[in-house]
Design a binder for this molecule. Structure first.
Ligand code: ADP
Length: 310
């Protein structure tokens, strides 16, 4: 399977590195308006590949994306001093207007996987620009926040994060919602399991885990300027589900017709991911507080997308 990556910066290259090492694609093609950067990333990553897989990693232009099954969109511009969030969004929308058109011209059957931030808004912009069905325009959404949530819960309970079933919903950002009420360890409700283990999830521990999930990116950015390995691996995980038609349940963002009382907004809930993209939604049962928080998150995103001009 051929995977295209438009934007060979930190996020795009980390995704390409993870995809290449995991051996889930036969070829990865980087496209960037900075062709030297795309070439350098492809060459550097291709030197790692012989240790792990046989994926061919190259740089190219849009024409080389022909036949790609998935194209990751990780291109973007960064905020200028004094620029508002909406102005930045407008400039990133302009980047996507160019990129999405170019990609669809050569790879009209590809699934588009959006990584650029703010990811929910960029996903909705891509859905509008492409005219593709929602299930083929997938934002990485809260896949990473969910991984952090499960990892912190697993650490507290001393069990594998893979045996913790818990999701972060809504916006990938400040208004995201940690769904505590339906979280499980194995088949057991998390709260009762934690008490059984003698490691109760007290208010203080929940607040600590919430902070660890919600503010992880800020802390990493303070230390190293950007986050990329985590999201790179998350993108590779989504590609794996598509490439191997795994029907995994992942929290990812697509334009959702009705969610938490809001219509047509891109945000994350758990969804089934396979070869066709999103195969089904799994709207979780939430308590009143979580429902209210998800409504707030959805309506904030809706207000933002309505302010974006394309
Ligand atoms: P991130 O940390 O999100 O990966 P970067 O700034 O490292 O951010 O990467 C963004 C990449 O997107 C850059 O390599 C930049 O050259 C690329 N880019 C920006 N605009 C375009 C465009 N119109 N077409 C292709 N690539 C673009």
């Amino acid at each position: 399977m051929k995977i295209g990556i438009v934007g060979a910066g930190m996020v795009g290259s980390s995704a390409g590195y993870a995809i290449a090492l995991m051996g889930i694609a036969s070829s990865v093609i980087f496209v960037d308006r900075n062709a030297d950067l795309a070439r350098a990333q492809a060459e550097d990553i291709s030197h790692a590949v012989p240790f792990m897989s046989s994926c061919v990693v190259q740089a190219g232009d849009y024409a080389d994306l022909k036949g790609a099954s998935v194209v990751i969109l990780a291109a973007g511009v960064s905020q200028k001093p004094g620029e508002t969030r909406l102005e930045l969004l407008g400039r990133n929308a302009a980047v996507f207007r160019e990129v999405v058109g170019e990609v669809l011209r050569v790879a009209p059957d590809a699934i588009l996987l959006i990584a650029s931030n703010p990811v929910d808004i960029m996903t909705q912009i891509t859905a509008r620009l492409s005219g593709l069905p929602a299930e083929r325009v997938i934002g990485s959404g809260t896949i990473l926040d969910t991984a952090r949530f499960r990892s912190l819960l697993g650490r507290h309970l001393q069990i594998s994060p893979q045996s913790v079933h818990a999701y972060v919903l809504g916006e990938h950002g400040d208004s995201e919602v940690l769904a505590w009420s339906n979280a499980r360890a194995g088949s057991e409700p998390l709260l009762s399991f934690a008490t059984q283990l003698g490691a109760p999830l007290t208010g203080a521990i929940k607040a600590e885990i919430d902070d660890g999930v919600r503010n992880a990116a800020y802390k990493i950015i303070n230390g190293k300027g950007a986050t990329y390995y985590g999201i790179g691996a998350g993108l590779a995980r989504i590609v794996k589900s598509i490439a191997q038609d795994q029907q995994d349940v992942l929290s990812v963002s697509i334009v959702t017709r009705h969610v938490a009382g809001i219509e047509d907004v891109a945000l994350s809930i758990p969804r089934v991911v396979g070869a066709a993209g999103i195969c089904a939604d799994m709207m979780p049962t939430l308590d009143d507080g979580e429902n209210e928080a998800l409504h707030r998150s959805a309506s904030m995103l809706k207000t933002t997308i309505e302010a974006v001009e394309l």
